[in-house]
Design a binder for this molecule. Structure first.
Ligand SMILES: [Zn+2]
Length: 329
């Protein structure tokens, strides 16, 4: 697609000078992003698909339940008892880099194909790039995907170019590029200064890099959570949808001011939801920072369950009254 606005024009311009992925990056991906198989025959002979070494393994249960390492190349193997002789697999790797003032996330698909007893063949293709400006705006470059006759959303057409693509076909559809696996993340990351300043230290906390980076760049509350070490809470709120931060922020600030540690973020959020329901003061450390969170949480859970049961009973009674009244009319 042609760039639609100034931002996209600038990114397209910047993308022309983005260096190619390096040999080191691809090699690291092949070594760390690929799940090698130990092919096991019915007789228990295991062949390492990485180096071709084979040996007589222990019984089926031992081989499948315990960790299997190749005695020759020391690679951790996933044991598969099968007659299959060829294995083909695809994996993702993400390279986090910076270019021309943008934060860039590069998605690489790694291929590994191997015949039992031979050395594996590796290949790769860069399939997607996400460009993030310091203000959190982003756009996506990708190869074309095959969409007809396949159930895969990432059936990339490898010979097509990485080009600027529309994120969504209509405002209600899901953005397919958001669903692409992160895979392994190349450990050397280049960051724009704006992202460095937010306190991001390579931990993704189970989030997609695009989501985490955009949240950090656009909402100083995320930065505060990161810098004050409330990363469990950051994860919990991002998991439930970042907009939920509005519901907790006033209480979070009280926690930070009082140096109150939140070890179980799910429990704490649950607890806050309950005391909000009972109209407690969400600015008051007495409520917001309980010494025994678990006990207070359970106490309010019980209270809430009783309140819910009572409300349900009342509703039922009202319904019955209506039915009766109609009956006697
Ligand atoms: Zn091996």
């Amino acid at each position: 697609m042609k760039p639609q606005n100034k931002f996209q024009k600038q990114v397209v311009e910047a993308s022309r000078t983005l260096p190619k992925l390096t040999k080191e990056q691809i090699q690291w991906g092949c070594e760390n992003g690929i799940d090698h198989i130990g092919r096991r025959t019915d007789k228990g002979v295991i062949t390492c698909t990485k180096c071709g070494h084979s040996w007589q393994g222990a019984g089926y249960l031992v081989a499948t339940l315990t960790e299997c390492k190749c005695p020759n190349c020391n690679t951790k193997l996933t044991v598969d008892t099968t007659k299959k002789r060829t294995f083909n697999a695809r994996y993702y790797m993400t390279v986090v880099t910076a270019h021309a003032g943008y934060q860039v996330l590069r998605s690489v698909m790694l291929f590994c194909s191997v015949k039992v007893g031979e050395t594996p063949k590796y290949d790769y293709s860069e399939v997607m790039q996400r460009w993030i400006a310091p203000n959190g705006k982003h756009c996506t470059f990708a190869k074309l995907r095959q969409t007809m006759g396949t159930c895969y959303y990432d059936a990339w057409i490898f010979h097509t170019d990485l080009e600027l693509r529309t994120e969504k076909s209509n405002p209600y559809s899901e953005c397919v590029y958001d669903r692409i696996f992160t895979g392994v993340v190349y450990p050397q990351q280049k960051l724009i200064p704006e992202l460095k300043r937010t306190g991001y230290k390579k931990g993704l906390y189970g989030q997609k890099p695009l989501d985490l980076f955009r949240t950090l760049l656009t909402d100083s509350r995320a930065e505060t959570l990161m810098k004050t070490g409330y990363t469990k809470l950051l994860k919990r709120i991002m998991d439930s949808g970042w907009k939920n931060i509005d519901k907790y922020w006033q209480s979070v600030r009280i926690c930070i001011r009082n140096g109150y540690k939140i070890n179980d973020a799910t429990l704490w959020c649950d607890y806050i939801d309950n005391i909000r329901f009972f109209g407690k003061d969400l600015y008051n450390a007495k409520y917001v920072c309980p010494t025994d969170l678990k006990a207070e949480h359970d106490r309010y859970m019980l209270k809430k369950a009783k309140a819910d049961a009572q409300a349900e009973l009342k509703k039922q009674l009202e319904k019955d009254t209506v039915v009766k009244n109609n009956f006697f009319k």
